[in-house]
Design a binder for this molecule. Sequence first.
Ligand code: ACO
Length: 371
Amino acid sequence: MSPFAHITGWGMAVPQRILTNFEISQIVDTSDEKIQELTGIRERHIASEDQSTASLAVDAALKALEMSGLRPESLDLIIVSTSSPEYIFPATACLVQDQIGASKAGAFDLLAACTGFIYALNMASQAIRSGSIQSALVVGSETLSRLVNWKDRNTCILFGDGAGAFVLQASDVPGGILSSVLRSDGSGGDLLSVPGGGSKHPTTLESVEMGLHYVQMNGREVFRFATRVMAQATKEAAAAAGFQIADLALVIPHQANKRIIDAAARGLEIPIERCMINVERYGNTSTASIPIATVEAVESGRLKAGDKIVFVGFGAGLTWGALAVQWSGPILPKRKVYPRSYLFWLRMRSLLLRVVRRMESILWGRDIPRS
Ligand code: ACO
């Protein structure tokens, strides 16, 4: 029998700095009342200069590992889902791998915008269910505040920074991630994009002057698309896992806009109380929003072991998807792990690897065969 993929650890990290609607109204022509009316957002967290997508991801990952009791060096795979990676390459996942000391893990980034965490969870759980790996770390991390045009009131009111992480482990006990629905429609790619900086529009003085490196969005069309797909994907994922919508203890949707979540609840014919909502305090943290909402659902007692739930998201691409999950709760560790306590040694390890590589290149670099 193929193993099940259980979520055995979770963690979140958001920057300390909170940016309120009132503060945004000092920058662009808007108001707290209007932002709340359009989106339900009151405030969001914004990364400080010394924080980045990788540093938030590492923070969230360490909390998830502590919760799961899994040592970083036991991890087989790391997927970081992000639309605001540290660099075009190397992958942010590799920076996380190095900083948490996951010495045996493969690591890659996945880009499916705000649906990325759903896609990444599906990839990791499929690898576990196929028997090819035993454990995975899936992180959603964003610093979209760095890609937003702070003079554009249509977009700058929406986004916030943050990260969330899950540890997945194989187990023969039924439960965990049971079904998934992944969809895309590239014909809507232009509705939400950052056009500059890739191979189509490489970075030039002109591309910067034209604002091609900022998030560009047709909000109304994205809104219409989101309200169309959220309920449908939730129903499909639930049905594939054999869940009735009435059985769902909680739907944990991507937190983009309170009105979109209201519409999804209406489409599902469930009371809004059965949807986890925290968009008012974080804004849209893109791929990080679902794990952040999950951590808060557990901490507030709204999500308990055994509960049947659905994660559902949508985003640029266009992409959308949903996962049906029987929530596991932490599988109690044989012994506690404290990955945070040896961060200093992990930095030393990384430094040592760099020194060894440098010495090897001095000693052997000239011996690279040339044709
Ligand atoms: N402040 C003040 N007024 C505003 C603002 C603002 N920030 N934005 C719009 N308005 C005004 C408009 O001028 C308009 O005024 P009018 O009626 O006098 O003409 C009115 O508010 C309504 O404007 P709309 O653009 O029609 O507002 P809408 O109801 O569509 O809400 C919003 C805009 C919030 C952007 C909404 O369309 C939305 O949430 N879309 C989805 C966005 C989203 O989820 N994006 C992220 C996807 S995830 C990812 O992959 C990154």
